[in-house]
Design a binder for this molecule. Sequence first.
Ligand code: DP6
Length: 326
Amino acid sequence: MNAYPRSATANAGANIALIKYWGVRDATLNIPLNDSVSFTLDTTRTTTTVTFDPDLPADELLIGGEPAAPAATERASRHLDILREMAGVSWRARIVSENTFPMGAGIASSASAFAALTVAAAAALGLSLDTRALSRIARRGSGSAARSIEGGFVWWHAGIDDATSYAEQIAPPEHWDLCDIVAVVEEGEKRVSSAQGHLLAESSPFLETRLSLVHKALPRVREAILNRDLATLGPIIETDALAMHFVMMSSQPRLFYWTGATLDILKAIERWRDEGLPVWFTIDAGPNVHLICEANHRDAVATAARSLPGVRDIIIARPGPGATLV
Ligand code: DP6
């Protein structure tokens, strides 16, 4: 171990899925039921330093300077176990993590957190891994973290097992100046985590319908991204976000992530489009709405979003780089 750096720092972005991951084939390895497509975000990022220390009795996790909840520390510790086993190391680690965005602001921090943790810990342990290997490991911490290893526009191949489930870049961040303007309507922690939600997907009678729509949508989404064609992309991503929420709402037990403000924003977006503003939406496992538009309409969309009574805050992001060592 002495030869290794022992300590390393990495930075990774959250990502917004255009075709969503919802439902797992294998919940331990986070092998999803369907491929998904996202872009990695530039402003909503996590920086994590991992230091392996022979004198530490247990792994420690600090987020924003505060000791993390036991469940979060335990989840990070299990993730480090994967990397420790690969390196043949048993030392415990201190993990110090900072987000550029508030936790519970409607941006899932698990993707950027597990991507940064994977890259930092691998480097600290002296493991030299390519992006595919890093994506496979990050996936085991949080499914969507597989996509945050790569920058720009990213495709996660669902695969059928650990070796075949990883993310790849479709196009670099500078390919297309797309914006994600998050209309934050609620800042609390979500009531049902994605991990629990993925397990409920199979109980929805609409799951098969959504999966068949996704299979048709995926090649069209790739084309639209490569052609920078938001008029084609927009309706497809809205239909997929709605289809995912129909699966959620029809699961047993039901998952209602929306609030009244969520629906108000969806109706406002239709109105703005009718008035000539090209903006479309997607929604993750929460009530906040992600408004997707091109950079030349960013200010108009941000102003329009801010004017809605239910919107408490907005966060603006663009395609950003993948996970990197600092
Ligand atoms: C709705 O990656 O948060 O945001 O694998 O349990 O950590 P875990 O789930 P997570 O699920 C993300 C679900 C989603 C859609 C998406 O990002 O594709």
